[in-house]
Design a protein around this ligand. Structure first.
Ligand code: ADP
Ligand code: ZN
Ligand code: ZN
Length: 807
């Protein structure tokens, strides 16, 4: 076919396809990366369709291919199209995650002086023009960056336009340089036999060419070596090698080497254990499905320590036996050396890792090796779902309920949905694993969309061992008893005891939602909107309480409207405050804080974890982050200090979120022979999420929540899309959001999409972020994403389809 429809890598071109003619003699495939002319630049593009007829009259020709081989498979091209359609994002945004690391290259702008400029009289120019011309006269090529540094961003732009108009400079473009390439190493070997080499070495030595002699000597001992090794042992240099090669004594060849993130030296091979009976029946269901080449989803619901990971491992081995490959997705926080090792020890040298902390070179090499089919298993966080794994047979999503599976920048995809679509295209099996499945996933499993598999019992420390008992402390009783500390009496005693016994303690603390609502300390009333029955949020900027559903506002009351107590105050405490209080209450304990403020740099998660594991600290204080990825036998006590603050967020998922966290926290205790206690402090102990977590009772929790969701028309019942507009001016934001609402209302009337309803405009939960105000509209209805795909959404709006939460 003579024409190609190309998605072009440029901010202005991201939204649509462009037609290009394919020049004679160039063979182009769908999924191929090409160079295309765009305006006066040359840009990268990906061919998404081939056609007989172009979509516009005038077309330009493709310049050439970037890679001989096709970059994206047909399934990946379809996946990108689906992403863009479903998540309402620009096409190139949907393609970008499928591209190799560092593939995308921006165009850089340069200016150079024309002949006229060389002789022009500088006094006729404005000062910035003069500065620009002087700079351009001095060097042949001046980058826009240089000019911006000199004149500032805005002025540089206008000055360039003025000078171009006067023919004093020309503007030209160039792609930024390639950031990463295959790594090559020089391999040296003898070109003659060893005896001759020894003799030659002696001769060279006599002539005073000691370096050459040494290298030859070294190589006659080991036969061949890398340049790096040779440099170390014989202090040779590039010219030493050149001289010897020139004389025909050695050969030097460049060989590509792969940067390897997993070090197998310390990883010993493991073999699969015999499965328990419940594991056997779970695995056999998956095993039946694998050879069918048909998409199927399993929801594996099993408490922590019930042997889910072992199921993943054996299901993967099964897929490999069938000539297929797998992708394993874990939350970023769980992508620890321990997790990776568990897979790498079962599939030695057959595991790839995709991790944002890898060097660009490592990422690049892993990607290319994956595409070549060199790995059985790819393990990684969210974005690894886009790994170019061929013969895909199995996708595992561990901790599938985790919110980090949703990406919060464009494309705003949910990993679970992408995995399911991918499985459909590849005929693969998906396993979703969790101790506390997402309510929507469980709903689908109940309906029969997914196969529900259960592992109800723990395997460690022994098969069928009990989950830790959770004790609940009503903090209102503490206040009544005159204890105003953030530690209840029981928790304080328990901590003291653990420290005395040289055991470890985790203090868990939920920062989400802290300091955003107010609650009466006496009767535990949380102030709510009279119209919407959701909690009001405190906005410090206005010193007022605001409803995030209807924008109702009221001043902060002096006393509780129910019991008239004056002890109505902000609940928010930070981890730092908690650390302070802990150091006062437990002066003998060594504290370690783990929250996003304490985490900086490449390895700090790991460092903090290692310090705690090696017992360099007695109490670990942290936010939700500590809830997983840790297996710590010395921990005998987990305390949830203000475990319930998240419950009052204005969000339909607030209860679910709190339940998940509490269960996960409880699952951290008692994993070792010392056993364990969990103490949770709460101001609203009767809340169903807390009651259910107390008993590790997922079923009763689910039944409650799904009932509420049905009543309140929350997901999974209708689909939700959130539109957010941000701007430095609050009133402009409000105006634009109102205008958008009217526009959408008209569109709903015109298209008869009457089941869609609009909520808003309301301030976003985080009303002000990095100096910009944010307002939102929520659309609720059955085919909301499809409806919106027919609407032109103006610039400046962020579209979030199936947001994981509204707060
Ligand atoms: P989960 O992923 O559900 O938390 P794991 O698969 O990590 O559970 O299993 C918990 C512990 O039990 C691990 O230490 C694991 O090695 C061990 N384990 C799992 N399955 C078996 C089995 N069939 N026999 C013996 N030990 C097992
Ligand atoms: Zn009160
Ligand atoms: Zn309201």
């Amino acid at each position: 076919m003579p024409y190609a429809e190309v998605s072009v890598n440029s901010p202005v071109a991201r939204h649509q396809l462009f037609s290009y003619a394919i020049p004679d003699g160039l063979s182009i495939d769908i999924g191929q990366a090409v160079w295309v002319p765009f305006g006066d630049r040359v840009l990268q593009g990906i061919v998404l369709e081939l056609s007989q007829h172009p979509s516009v009259e005038q077309t330009r020709e493709i310049i050439g291919v970037i890679n001989e081989q096709r970059l994206l498979s047909p399934a990946q091209v379809t996946l990108a199209g689906w992403l863009s359609n479903y998540y309402l994002c620009p096409l190139f945004d949907a393609i970008a995650p499928l591209l190799p690391p560092a593939f995308e290259r921006k165009t850089l702008t340069f200016i150079s002086a024309t002949a006229i400029a060389e002789s022009c009289v500088l006094s006729t120019l404005t000062p910035p023009q003069r500065q620009a011309i002087e700079l351009a006269r001095r060097s042949a090529k001046v980058s826009l960056k240089q000019l911006e540094r000199l004149l500032g961003k805005k002025r540089a732009q206008t000055t360039i336009s003025q000078l171009v108009a006067r023919n004093l400079i020309t503007r030209n473009y160039q792609l930024e340089p390639v950031r990463v390439k295959p790594k090559q190493e020089l391999f040296l070997s003898l070109a003659i036999d060893t005896d001759k080499a020894r003799q030659a070495s002696i001769n060279l030595h006599e002539k005073g060419a000691t370096r050459q002699a040494a290298l030859l000597d070294f190589l006659s001992r080991c036969g061949s070596a890398t340049m790096a090794e040779a440099r170390k042992s014989s202090r040779c240099q590039a010219d030493t090698v050149k001289a010897l090669a020139g004389k025909g004594l050695i050969t030097a060849v460049k060989v590509e080497v792969k940067r390897q993130p997993i070090d197998y030296k310390n990883i010993t091979a493991t073999s699969p254990p015999g499965l328990t009976n419940s594991q056997k029946s779970v695995l056999s269901a998956i095993r039946e499905s694998l050879p069918q080449n048909k998409a199927a989803t399993f929801l594996l619901h099993g408490v922590t320590g019930s042997g889910k990971t072992e199921i993943y491992l054996q299901a993967l081995a099964e897929a490999v036996k069938l000539g297929k490959r797998g992708i394993v997705l874990v939350p970023e926080i769980s992508l620890t050396p321990q997790t990776i090792e568990r897979f790498a020890s079962r599939f030695r040298h057959r595991v790839a890792v995709i991790h944002s902390h890898l060097s660009l070179g490592e990422q690049f090499d892993q990607w290319r090796q994956i595409k070549n089919g060199e790995f059985d298993v790819v393990i990684g966080a969210r974005s690894a779902v886009f790994a170019p794994q061929p013969d895909l047979g199995l996708i595992v999503i561990d901790e599938e309920h985790e919110w980090s599976y949703k990406q919060d920048i464009s494309p705003r995809y949910h990993t679970r949905s992408v995995a399911m679509k991918l499985a459909e295209l590849a005929g693969a099996v998906v396993i979703l694993g969790s101790a506390t499945p997402d309510v929507e996933s469980f709903y689908h499993a109940k309906r029969g969309d997914y196969h529900l598999l259960e592992l109800p019992r723990r395997i460690t420390p022994y098969d069928g061992s009990a989950l830790p008992r959770v004790e609940l402390i009503d903090m209102k009783d503490e206040l009544k008893a005159g204890n105003a500390s953030i530690f209840s009496r029981s928790l304080k005693l328990a901590i003291d005891k653990a420290i005395t016994n040289k055991e470890q303690v985790i203090l868990f603390f939920n920062r989400r939602g802290a300091a955003t609502f107010i609650q009466c300390r006496n009767c535990s009333l949380v102030l709510q909107c009279r119209r919407c029955y959701t909690s009001l949020n405190y906005h410090s900027a206005e010193d007022a309480l605001v409803c995030h559903h209807c924008n109702y506002k009221m001043p902060v009351p002096q006393a509780c409207p129910r019991c008239h107590s004056r002890r109505i105050k902000f609940l928010g405490i930070g981890t730092q405050k908690l650390e302070q209080e802990a150091s006062l209450s437990f002066p003998q304990a060594r504290l370690l804080r783990w929250d996003s403020d304490a985490i900086r740099g490449k390895h700090s998660h790991q460092e903090i974890m290692d310090r705690f594991r090696t017992h360099k600290a007695d109490i670990l204080i942290g936010t939700q982050m500590i809830a997983k990825g840790l297996d710590l036998p010395r921990v005998t006590l987990v305390g949830g200090v203000s475990a319930d603050t998240g419950l009052n967020l204005p969000d339909f998922r607030a209860g679910e979120r709190s339940f998940q966290l509490l269960c996960q926290v409880a699952g951290r205790a008692g994993r070792g022979p010392l056993g364990g206690r969990v103490i949770i402090q709460s101001f609203c102990p009767q809340h169903y999420a807390i009651q259910a977590a107390l008993k590790h009772d997922y079923a009763s929790f689910y039944n409650q929540v799904i009932g509420y969701r049905r009543q309140l028309h929350s997901p999974p019942f209708p689909q939700i899309v959130r539109l957010t507009f941000s701007h430095t001016s609050d009133s402009l934001c409000y105006k634009e959001t109102t205008r958008m609402k009217q526009m959408l209302a008209l569109e709903i009337d015109a298209t008869g999409a009457v089941d869609i309803n609009l909520i808003g405009p309301t301030p976003a939960f985080v009303h002000r972020l990095r100096g910009r105000f944010r307002w939102q509209l929520i659309l609720r209805g059955n085919e909301t994403s499809a409806f919106l795909s027919r609407v032109a959404i103006p610039q400046g709006w962020a579209v979030d389809v199936d947001p994981v939460g509204l707060a």
